[in-house]
Design a binder for this molecule. Structure first.
Ligand code: KG4
Ligand code: ZN
Length: 360
């Protein structure tokens, strides 16, 4: 089966085409292998950088301009093969942007007489784990991963989700204010480092040669020891704001070293909270797997420290992390999600609507 995935939930115009092969036809969740025929991400990052964040009306206009160009490019890679199914992100995300992708998908469904699957962007971030190499291993049957706890950390979301299987989700915790990615982005803006903040803060933190801070300022780890699975990151951003105010009193400029120390400490505070809360949920629910997803999971230190904490605590759970290219927004994850929902495919695509606040 050849599946077209479309995602315009934020500022990237994403189109991918996946070919699914079922190794063992007796079970739909056994040995699935997705071959990526095309995976295009047309980034608008340069355009939004001057605003320090995504400007929705500008993003919508760019999606409108880019969609057919990106689609044609993707088609070139499949050399005349027929598409069987369309998966499109319907939420959560920026409403005007989501509509661009959905309307484009509807037009294609009409022209090519195809069925459509509405895809939840959060679920797609989780299922990004099932695109890659790991699943090619016949021993790793998907059903053996569950129950699992999934941490989705992106620019808009920080959620802990208990999974009994694919398509069986229960939200057990989420951020009460800013998402972790948003905190990275806001801190980068406070420090004048640019957008998107996550990769820049991570790069600055990595340049810190000696880890003994001169600043002697330990930033908070919000809600880390609270006995729930919720998060809060706005206080961390405010703590950075106060610290910077203090350091720049009397028109003083932050030194490069000071900026790097702040980046290092912010990153570590976010990592500490994410790991602590996810592992607590994993132990409480006695899960077989910990599954990560979302843009922040592209963070090297987070990936490394998660794995080493699991090793140090001698936890025997599976630890699933998508390749970095499938952590940040992409449409391969959308096509893979459509595959898992194929039984819900509808020719009644006219009824598909966007829901900017769609829940898992
Ligand atoms: O999943 P994503 O691409 O889009 C949303 O669904 O929001 O996530 C984007 C977020 C941004 O806040 C960005 O700063 C963050 O992911 N991010 C990172 C890294 N790469 C992207 N955060 C920390 N470290 C990174 N390497
Ligand atoms: Zn995303």
């Amino acid at each position: 089966m050849i599946i077209l995935g479309i995602d315009t939930s934020c500022d990237d115009t994403c189109i991918a085409i996946l070919k699914s092969e079922i190794r063992n036809p007796k079970s739909e969740t056994k040995g699935i292998n997705f071959e990526i025929l095309s995976n295009i991400i047309s980034s608008q990052v340069k355009l939004h950088a001057k605003y320090g964040g995504v400007y929705p009306s500008l993003a919508k206009r760019e999606h409108q301009k880019n969609l057919s160009i990106v689609f044609k490019k993707a088609l070139r890679k499949i050399q005349g093969k027929q598409i069987d199914l369309i998966g499109v992100t319907v939420g959560p995300g920026l409403e005007p942007c989501l509509w661009q992708g959905v309307n484009f998908a509807k037009k294609l469904a009409e022209d090519l007489e195809l069925q459509m699957i509405p895809v939840n962007h959060i679920e797609a971030h989780i299922l990004a784990n099932f695109i890659g190499e790991e699943i090619k291993n016949e021993k790793l049957k998907i059903k053996n991963f569950f129950p699992a706890v999934s941490l989705v950390v992106s620019g808009g979301h920080t959620q802990l989700i208990l999974m009994r299987g694919i398509r069986q989700y229960k939200l057990i915790g989420e951020t009460r204010d800013d998402a972790a990615g948003e905190c990275f982005d806001k801190v980068a803006r406070i420090l004048g480092l640019g957008y998107p903040g996550g990769p820049i803060v991570a790069a600055e933190a990595a340049k810190l040669k000696t880890k003994n801070y001169k600043l002697k300022t330990k930033l908070p780890r919000p809600m880390i020891y609270q006995k729930n699975y919720d998060f809060s990151f706005s206080g961390l951003k405010t703590a950075v704001l106060y610290l910077v105010k203090q350091l720049t009193i009397n028109n003083k400029q932050l030194t490069i070293r000071q900026k790097r120390e702040i980046c290092h400490e912010v990153q570590q505070a976010i990592i500490d909270v994410l790991i602590h809360k996810t592992l607590r949920a994993a132990k409480d629910f006695k899960v077989k797997s910990i599954i990560l997803g979302g843009g922040v999971v592209a963070n090297n230190e987070l990936r490394k420290q998660f794995q080493s904490t699991i090793n140090n605590q001698q936890l025997t759970m599976n630890f699933l992390v998508p390749p970095k290219i499938f952590c940040t927004d992409n449409a391969a994850m959308v096509a893979a999600t459509a595959y898992f929902h194929q039984k819900e495919a509808t020719k009644n695509w006219q009824k598909i609507k966007v829901n900017a606040n769609l829940k898992i």
